[in-house]
Write a protein that binds this ligand. Structure first.
Ligand SMILES: NC(=O)c1ccc[n+]([C@@H]2O[C@H](COP(=O)([O-])OP(=O)(O)OC[C@H]3O[C@@H](n4cnc5c(N)ncnc54)[C@H](OP(=O)(O)O)[C@@H]3O)[C@@H](O)[C@H]2O)c1
Length: 244
């Protein structure tokens, strides 16, 4: 039996376990298992690796950075953004990848227009690093918006996102958890009234499918997308990497 799984903590609601169980069932894959491995400390990882049937792992909060010292190989994205969410295990060696970036890029570009050349990234957490990397690859300039701007960075405070600034930044990407179930009444504080069909609002949150942030965009005719497709693509990419 080939084993795969997710490390993180806590792991109460896992999309990945359900996704892979359904995939294995639908595709008649009977020799694979996908398990949850809630690790209270990343130092528990080496003991897990004694299981020679373990072929691949996904990595989630809070270990996307902390897992890096355990890797024997980092692909270019992992090295650049210092975050790994997918590990292939071969002959006891760990190969690190970041499929969040691939998922975000493939999903984002479907609705991207030529006018979406200046972006705001809301939030400075783990997922924002994959977003930043992808925008750099696509040649889209960006400013971060943060509750607590980092020293030495050109981060904006939310109060600094004026109507004028939002008019010129037509791509807005929410990487904060604001609006996520069950706190669906929340949204990032922005001057939404100036949004127009020129804008593209992308929310990494996927539950609910239409966050208040996206609803406000839709009300003004903006293009919108949630993080569900990104989630599916990153999972499928992990599967491809494990089977390469
Ligand atoms: N669709 C997908 O495949 C996918 C993949 C990864 C993550 N996600 C989603 O993306 C979101 C962020 O994930 P993450 O791993 O980056 O989380 P994270 O590391 O906790 O970072 C989120 C960032 O959002 C900002 N933030 C947090 N609470 C906030 C609040 N109450 N008000 C305003 N800003 C707040 C913070 O930035 P500042 O301190 O700078 O304000 C924080 O660093 C989550 O909802 C996650 O489910 C989706």
């Amino acid at each position: 039996m080939r084993k795969f799984g997710l490390i993180g903590f806590p792991l109460s609601h896992s999309f990945s376990k359900r996704f892979f169980a359904e995939k294995f069932e639908a595709e008649g894959i009977t020799d694979c298992l996908y398990e949850l491995y809630p690790l209270e400390n990343i130092s528990e990882l080496p003991a897990m690796l004694l299981d020679k049937n373990l072929c691949g792992l996904n990595v989630t909060i809070p270990y996307k950075e902390r897992v890096i010292p355990f890797l024997d190989f980092k692909n270019e994205i992992v090295a650049r953004i210092n975050a790994c969410n997918c590990i292939r295990i071969r002959d006891g060696r760990l190969y690190g990848y970041n499929t969040d970036a691939i998922g975000f890029q493939r999903s984002l570009v479907k609705k991207l227009g030529p006018g979406h050349d200046r972006a705001l990234i809301l939030g400075t957490g783990g997922a924002s690093k994959a977003v930043e990397y992808v925008l750099g690859q696509l040649g889209i300039s960006y400013r971060y918006v943060s509750r607590t701007p980092r020293t030495g960075f050109a981060d904006l405070r939310y109060e600094e996102v004026s109507e004028e600034l939002l008019l010129t930044h037509t791509l807005v990407i929410n990487t904060t958890p604001l609006g996520m179930y069950p706190r669906t009444e929340e949204c990032p504080p922005l001057p939404y009234q100036v949004l127009s069909p020129k804008h593209y609002l992308y929310d990494l949150v996927y539950n609910p499918a239409r966050t208040l942030f996206l609803q406000k965009g839709e009300e003004h005719g903006a293009t919108v997308e949630n993080g569900y497709e990104m989630l599916i693509i990153q999972a499928e990419e992990s599967w491809k990497i494990w089977n390469e």
